[in-house]
Design a protein around this ligand. Sequence first.
Ligand code: FMN
Length: 205
Amino acid sequence: MAPKVAIVYYSMYGHIKTLAEAEAKGIREAGGQVDLYQLPETLPTEVLEKMHAPAKDAAVPTLDDPQKLLEYDAFLFGIPTRYGNFPGQWKAFWDKTGGIWQTGGFWGKFAGLFVGSATMGGGQESTALAAMSTLTHHGLIFVPLGYKTTFALLGDLSEVRGGSPWGAGTFSGGDGSRQPSAKELELATEQGRSFWGHVSKHNFA
Ligand SMILES: Cc1cc2nc3c(=O)[nH]c(=O)nc-3n(C[C@H](O)[C@H](O)[C@H](O)COP(=O)(O)O)c2cc1C
């Protein structure tokens, strides 16, 4: 049976959502299917207003119950950095997965990730590294982007570009005004393609 893949993201300003859509495009181009979910917001409306956060896209289902993910075989997680680590919204989600952790519900499933930061050196790689502890405790098998199909893109230093062999990434700039570039989107789409290429080789009963 073909794997069931979910892209799960949190996006305050839309950059990670745009990457999530590019990842989904790659999965579909490779012949796969994917469902997108966004994590619930944890900040009060008045704080979000002060942070100039736009309204969330109501067309993307909100993942209130982590048990929903037990229906899936593989995940791509979209993580905008906070000080080189998960944002609280992601942490709140993981903190709801204690029962799944104890019973090994995610054990042996596949996971990749993509990230966002304001600046270069702002935490893209450390965010990916920080996520390894959570993936490991859940027994999730990390599928990196790697270099196999991305060497030319990752080796191209002709312009500022987020992303690394850990996963696609985008820089939003200090004021959040920079949008994902064509090369960042290409990397995200390629990650979707190669992630599907990897997980679809496995047999999911
Ligand atoms: C509280 C807070 C902490 C942040 N910490 C960092 C940081 O340490 N380094 C960095 O480069 N960007 C940092 N950022 C910027 C976010 O990573 C950036 O806004 C996000 O990746 C954009 O993705 P989004 O539009 O999907 O929310 C921070 C943003 C907030 C709101």
